[in-house]
Write a protein that binds this ligand. Structure first.
Ligand code: LLP
Length: 431
């Protein structure tokens, strides 16, 4: 059988194993729903980028929105990575996991003044600024606390990354970045504001990108701008091409990270920009294929037109299928001598959109554990408590051991911050 994604995921006889560890055993030991990650798979994905960047000025800023578990951040911090963050909460997580502030780039269209101050005091490496108003606000905040904010402008290069509309970000109609034709004026303004120091240029064109051409087009547009603003006397030290490299969920064949990086560096060299530092913000491609979601089959409900396999994980645990119509492979962790039937794998949440996979050929019985593959990115990070469901536990496999890196949430934690109304404000009972 061909498993999409990670070489770390393999069948050992009738058992599905991640990094050599039997997933059925993990499901029984830690309960389900359960996210399981392989640290080795994450480091292997990082090494692919690193390999192609060897000997070049670069910084890999892991886009932690993909998976912000502290143990994941700790893994990348210890490997020397930087981080791409989009909120004060993400900043606090990086610091709690031992990440260095001077390797953080702060992206996002809606940074608040409080978040700017928090990041300035922490000493982040760069703010990726997305509008002229944000430039002014950042300069004001920095000046008010006697700091200078290092900035790069996120330019919207208006290239089509050829991906799902919800995760395409580099088109003119998207809310992200500063339009290419307005960038020169914005850079001039940035250079004139007292609280700012221009250091870079940035873009991010989308996610789950499976070709190199959109990256090269975007890079060309950034380099055109670097040259134009350079003639204005503004020097750009680093070029940040964002994240977005896709992974294999089913039969996609995205370029390998090495190939993408090699082409980017070659283009920079060819255009005389080889001396500038290259920044990358990969998220999914570092963690996506390093994780699975384990879920138990609660009930099998064969029907006249559809067979439903009701599992204990739901759209609140893994939102990608419901939100993007995303196809993610589903495999039993233990194969069985049963006749395979076609099942819709659905969760307990009260919505018809609550499904993890449709029309899947599976040989399964109630009580079996299934693994949703390629769930290491935008899985747990997007989980919610909808239907008052506590969030799943997370386990990391490291050096052959499975370590619990997030406890299963308890129902008491769900209402922890809530308050009943004082008795006098409560509506009269109708009795
Ligand atoms: N940099 C910026 C500024 C971003 O907005 C993103 C992702 C990344 C880097 C990392 O992109 P990646 O390498 O992971 O593709 N929830 C969606 C994906 C949303 C991506 C948002 N931005 C999904 O599950 O497909």
């Amino acid at each position: 059988m061909n498993l999409p994604g990670s070489p770390f995921l393999a069948r050992d006889g009738d058992r599905l194993c991640l990094d050599g560890i039997d997933l059925a055993t993990l499901g029984q030991r830690f309960g389900t729903p359960l996210y399981v990650y392989s640290q080795a798979a994450m480091l292997d994905a990082l090494a692919r980028y690193r390999h192609a960047l060897a000997g070049r000025k670069h910084l890999i800023c892991y886009a932690m929105k993909a998976n912000s578990n502290l143990a994941v951040l700790q893994t990348f911090a210890a490997a020397g990575c930087g981080f791409d963050i989009v909120s004060g909460g993400e900043l606090a997580r990086v610091l709690a996991a031992g990440g260095r502030a001077d390797r953080i780039v702060f992206s996002g269209v809606g940074k608040t003044a409080a978040e700017m101050e928090q990041a300035l005091l922490a000493g982040v490496r760069c703010f990726n600024v997305e509008s002229v108003s944000e430039l002014r606000r950042l300069s004001g905040v920095a000046a008010s606390i006697g700091r200078v904010a290092p900035v790069s402008l996120r330019v919207n290069p208006d290239v089509d990354a050829g991906t799902h509309p919800y995760i395409s970000t580099g088109l003119r109609d998207n809310k992200f970045g500063i339009a290419h034709e307005q960038a020169l004026d914005a850079y001039r303004l940035a250079a004139s504001l007292p609280g700012l120091r221009v250091i870079g240029i940035d873009c991010h064109i989308g996610s789950q990108i499976t070709q190199t051409a959109p990256y090269l087009d975007a890079l060309d547009k950034l380099l055109d701008l670097v040259e134009t603003i350079g003639r204005d006397g503004i020097t750009i030290e680093h070029v940040d091409v964002g994240g977005g490299l896709g992974i294999t969920y089913t039969d996609e064949q995205p370029p390998r990270a090495e190939a993408l990086v090699a082409q980017l560096l070659a283009r920079m060299d060819a255009r005389g920009h080889g001396h500038r530092e290259l920044l990358l913000e990969p998220g999914r491609s570092l963690v996506g294929n390093a994780g699975v979601l384990l879920t138990e089959v609660l009930y099998l409900k064969p029907g006249a037109t559809k067979n439903f396999c009701i599992v204990d994980a739901a759209m609140n645990d893994l939102m990608r299928p419901a939100l993007y119509d995303a196809w993610m492979a589903i495999e039993p962790v233990q194969s069985r001598e049963l006749q395979a039937l076609r099942w819709d794998v659905v969760g307990p949440v009260c919505e018809s959109g609550d499904w993890l996979g449709r029309e899947r050929e599976l040989a399964i019985a109630e009580g079996d554990i299934l693994a949703v593959l390629s769930a290491g990115a935008y899985g747990m990070a997007m989980a919610s408590n909808y239907n008052s469901r506590p969030r799943a536990a997370e386990v990391m496999i490291t050096s052959g051991e499975a370590v619990l890196v997030r406890e299963r949430e308890q129902v008491t934690q769900l209402c922890a911050g809530e308050r009943l109304l004082p008795m006098e404000s409560a509506p009269e009972s109708g009795d």
